[in-house]
Ligand binder design. Sequence first.
Ligand code: ZN
Ligand code: ZN
Length: 221
Amino acid sequence: MASHALAQMLDELMGKDRNLAPTEKRDQVHWSDPDVCKHFLVNFCPHELFTNTRADLGPCTKLHDEALRKEYTKSSKSGKMGYEDDFLRFLQGLISDVEKRIRRGHQRLALNNSQGSLSSNLNSLKDDKIKMLTERIADLVQQAEELGCEGKVEEAQGMMKLCDQLEEERRDLESSKLQQQSNEPEKTMEVCQVCGALLVVGDVQQRIDEHLMGKQHAGLC
Ligand SMILES: [Zn+2]
Ligand SMILES: [Zn+2]
């Protein structure tokens, strides 16, 4: 791929026929040849837009040649070949892909949020149960004390045993609550309306700048 990219760069700079003798040049390739990139003739090749981003289209397999572009622009057939329409259609396709990505991002965030509220509902259920257990334990301790005062030692011990069980149950609930909290993402995300990337709300300025100047975003502005 590196050598392909290098060859393509040389093609763009010096023409596809750079390795041919001067007498053979030019009439070898015509701008209408199937392996000439028509997007490049018309304006620019979209394959070069998002290189090394998630939206990377991969390298263009067709020929980009500045000299052919000049020939096409000067030609009487320029603008009459449907290349411009194809180019716009291709770009519209890219834009609708981005719109899909933005929609998917929103759906993913909505899912995350609903999972978040589910687990916070679960936590508040656990809070209720913990409160109930605490009250129950306090009751039992008081009863055990009363039984102890009345000399009913065995019954008092039975009560305290029950207390221990309830306290253990309460500890389990509390620790499961803590685990759940640490699993929750503490960052709020939003979808970039331009390129569809997921961004952290209130992120540090440096990362915001990096995103705005990144190819995926800047390529769509
Ligand atoms: Zn191309
Ligand atoms: Zn963006």
